[in-house]
Design a protein around this ligand. Structure first.
Ligand SMILES: Cc1cc2nc3c(=O)[nH]c(=O)nc-3n(C[C@H](O)[C@H](O)[C@H](O)COP(=O)(O)OP(=O)(O)OC[C@H]3O[C@@H](n4cnc5c(N)ncnc54)[C@H](O)[C@@H]3O)c2cc1C
Length: 509
């Protein structure tokens, strides 16, 4: 209670929330959780964040920072551990700096993808930010700190970010790169600075609170083309993957500019489970129902001129000839083209997929909110070698596990580089159906176990999987322990979040 009063003195009573409705919403994710949240505190600027952190230390109360809290499928706003106070940074929502010529934008954690998109449109900018398939109301900072992935060449976000402003768990402020020098001319333009490069330790970690960040923007290309392709069945996936691997490695397709979706991902982004047709049975199998289970490729070409674009289009057509059943370049006047995430247009369409198994109508007067509406979503991410037969082998294992637990496989493959491919696996279910929370998590755990045994690791974790990794073969845990002890002696910042300390077990047991 005293700690809440101390925060109220700094933030005002309206920004220290303890009412049941707020707390219970913040404790709700898209899967079952048991963590209790003590309160939500909402600082409005960097100095208030620092004060909040100092108070947390004084009263030894753990805080859990979130930016926009749309981490749906990975824990939403729920802290990893019990009895934390959520430090909600969404009021820090200023676009601090923007430069068209040098192509960057500096944002606070509350700035959303939609906000940046609209801002750039107002500025008549010729630049765009790589957006996610998730909520337009998600945060650029939150997504970057999770090492999330976006569409298009700048989708590997961390490659295009610099100059972090970080509040350490003791309340001090550091800037990364050249920003630590007050008059540095390239603070927003160079990632490395001089000296140890530390940006990485503030991503997927609990070592700092990021209160501002510069993200580089991509120029809208002179010639932008979108294409889709289809393969009729999973058994042909390996050929497509190998053809695309060559294209990405050679640079013909830019990184994050091609992804492959299975039928269930497409169906769920367009509508609901066909309960009537399926006579209320699960899972849906297109193979049994229609005899085919197609996959769909989506790609984009970013070219410097029409001539270059035409030549690249020909090369894609040649490379995919015989590997796909259908290859279509999208008409640039179509809605699909104009609203493409590949050119930085955020949209809500894929949020619909979280309602896939729901039987109740979506409340059209309110923004979609899977936490509120009992949508079951659990993500499992992994990264595989970019090799057709190896990917196909894993996909088949995943599909049979899904089938065993009576869920449809929702699988997307994202071509990040020419060497590895990201697999995003979604378990979509209805939290209101008794027993589904449990079997969905069992399905997740089983798949994760199979992947780990095969040497395939997740590249991102949710609050449900933070403690799922096997021990490391080296002294990584000791390094992380030393950093955590040094930076957060009272262990008040996001305990348990990507916490790979070697002495971590001593702190929880
Ligand atoms: C249908 C669907 C599609 C999706 N598609 C994508 C996709 O294409 N790519 C993708 O990456 N994700 C995707 N997601 C997952 C998720 O929605 C996004 O990653 C989203 O960006 C996370 O929410 P947020 O940005 O509001 O971050 P938050 O929820 O605010 O932050 C995520 C976590 O980062 C930490 N954190 C946040 N801010 C700070 C800070 N300032 N300082 C320190 N730590 C902090 C916290 O631990 C927090 O829990 C998808 C989800 C759904 C449901």
């Amino acid at each position: 209670v005293k700690v809440l009063d101390a925060w109220r003195n700094i933030l005002g009573i309206e920004n220290v929330l303890t009412d049941t409705a707020t707390v219970s919403a913040a404790q709700t994710a898209t899967f079952a959780t048991t963590q209790r949240v003590l309160a939500l505190i909402r600082p409005g600027n960097r100095a208030e964040v620092q004060e909040c952190v100092r108070i947390a230390n004084e009263y030894q109360t753990p805080i859990y920072p979130i930016s926009c809290g749309k981490n749906w499928g990975l824990g939403s706003r729920v802290p990893v551990q019990d009895n934390c106070v959520i430090l909600d940074l969404s009021r820090l929502n200023r676009i601090v700096d923007y430069n068209e010529k040098l192509a960057y934008i500096t944002v606070e954690p509350g700035v959303t993808f939609r906000q940046v998109y609209e801002y750039l449109r107002e500025q008549k900018s010729n630049l765009f930010v790589s957006v996610i398939g998730g909520s337009p109301e998600a945060s650029l900072v939150g997504n970057t700190l999770e090492r999330g992935d976006g569409f298009g060449p700048y989708g590997e976000r961390l490659d295009y970010v610099c100059g972090l402003e970080v509040i350490l768990p003791t309340g001090e402020c550091v800037y990364t790169g050249f920003r630590r020098f007050a008059n540095a001319k390239v603070a927003n333009l160079n990632r490395w600075g001089v000296g140890p490069y530390v940006d990485g330790i503030f991503t997927q970690s609990n070592l700092g609170i990021v209160t501002a960040m510069t993200m580089w923007l991509m120029p809208i290309p002179k010639c932008f083309q979108l294409f889709t392709c289809t393969i009729v069945d999973t058994s042909h996936l390996d050929e497509l993957i190998d053809a695309v691997q060559t294209l990405v490695l050679q640079g013909m397709l830019r990184s994050n500019s091609f992804s492959i979706w299975n039928s269930y991902k497409i169906l769920a982004s367009q509508g609901r489970y066909p309960w009537k047709k399926m006579l209320k049975q699960t899972p849906l199998s297109l193979k049994s129902l229609k005899g085919v289970e197609p996959w769909f490729g989506n790609g984009a070409l970013y070219s410097g001129s029409q001539e270059q674009g035409l030549a690249e289009r020909k090369l894609i057509e040649q490379a995919l000839n015989g590997k796909v059943a259908q290859l279509v370049f999208i008409d640039e006047n179509s809605e699909f083209f104009k609203e493409s995430a590949f050119i930085g247009v955020p949209n809500e369409k894929t949020i619909l997929s979280t309602y896939w198994r729901k039987k109740t109508p979506i409340i059209s007067s309110l923004p979609m909110n899977p936490d509120r509406d009992g949508c079951g979503v659990i993500w499992l991410t992994t990264v595989l070698p970019f090799d057709g037969s190896e990917v196909l082998n894993i996909i088949k294992i995943l599909e049979s596990t899904f089938n065993y637990y009576q869920f449809e496989p929702h699988i997307t493959l994202h071509c990040r580089t020419g060497r590895s491919i990201n697999v995003v696996i979604g378990i979509m279910y209805d939290r209101d159906v008794e027993g589904e929370d449990r079997s969905a998590m069992e399905c997740h755990d089983k798949m994760l176990h199979i992947l780990l045994q095969g040497g395939y690791f997740p590249y991102r974790l949710g609050i449900h999987s933070m403690n799922s990794l096997p021990p490391a073969q080296d002294d990584y845990g000791k390094l992380i322990s030393a950093l955590k002890r040094g930076l957060d002696p009272n262990n008040i910042l996001a305990p348990g979040r990507y916490d790979f300390r070697s002495d971590w077990f001593d702190t929880i047991y």
